[in-house]
Design a protein. Structure first.
Length: 230
């Protein structure tokens, strides 16, 4: 029996190592298919290099766009609440925003300029462009998103100014209102205003129902006492 054990061990030592055999096969394949193997390696390296270069450019472009966007927002903030200055300096305020879009059209910053352009259009009497701007911006977000709700609120106000009250209400009806949400409260407030402005026989009942909804969803809403007094 001991002799058998010793013989078995010697046989195991003589047997080829599986790992070495596999490695030898790989090396043999590489030697016989050099062009194909090197082609795959070069392809991988080229892809990685392109991706790295593209990512580096994307980061660089977004940084440059963000700097220009910051300049545009600063200039906008300096005149935003002075309607006369905004009208007189409209072109100067618009230019940096337009530069962001023209120079960096696929940057993240370029997607944020529409609300500013729409606000400027609204406050300088260009309701058509204001409506287009808010419609375009709202379409970039899901219905429950805060930016979507705010842009529709602004859009409703533009349509109200244009005298299209039914459309203004329709825009607000497309938004889902959530409890304890200040933006939802603002939307309800706008709907109440529009109910009065439409002058329909059911407007008063609609307004009462909306006020009740506002009380439930946002009992501390600061404009609630004014609405109830009306």
């Amino acid at each position: 029996m001991p002799k058998l054990k010793g013989r078995a061990k010697r046989n195991e030592l003589k047997a080829p190592d599986e790992f070495l055999t596999f490695s030898q096969r790989v090396m043999a394949y590489v030697r016989s298919h050099k062009k194909q193997v090197y082609g795959v390696i070069i392809g991988i390296l080229a892809t990685v290099s392109l991706y790295t270069a593209g990512w580096a450019y994307w980061v660089y472009m977004n940084k440059k766009a963000l700097l220009l966007y910051g300049t545009a927002v600063s200039r906008f903030n300096s005149v935003a609440f002075d309607q006369e200055r905004l009208k007189n300096e409209k072109d100067m305020v618009l230019k940096p925003f337009q530069d962001v879009y023209e120079r960096f059209p696929i940057s993240k910053a370029s997607k944020l300029i529409n609300p500013f352009l729409a606000y400027i259009s609204y406050n300088t009497g260009d309701l058509e462009n204001a409506i287009k701007g808010y419609e375009s911006f709202s379409g970039r977000f899901d219905k429950g998103n805060e930016f979507h709700k705010l842009s529709l609120l602004a859009l409703s106000k533009c349509l109200e100014e244009k005298g299209e009250l039914d459309k203004a209400v329709e825009v607000l009806n497309s938004v889902s209102l959530e409890e304890s949400d200040p933006i939802s409260a603002a939307l309800i407030y706008q709907k109440i205003r529009l109910s009065y402005l439409k002058g329909e026989s059911k407007a008063k009942e609609e307004a009462k129902a909306l006020i009740g909804k506002l009380k439930e969803s946002w009992p501390d809403y600061p404009l609630l006492p004014l609405l109830e007094a009306r």
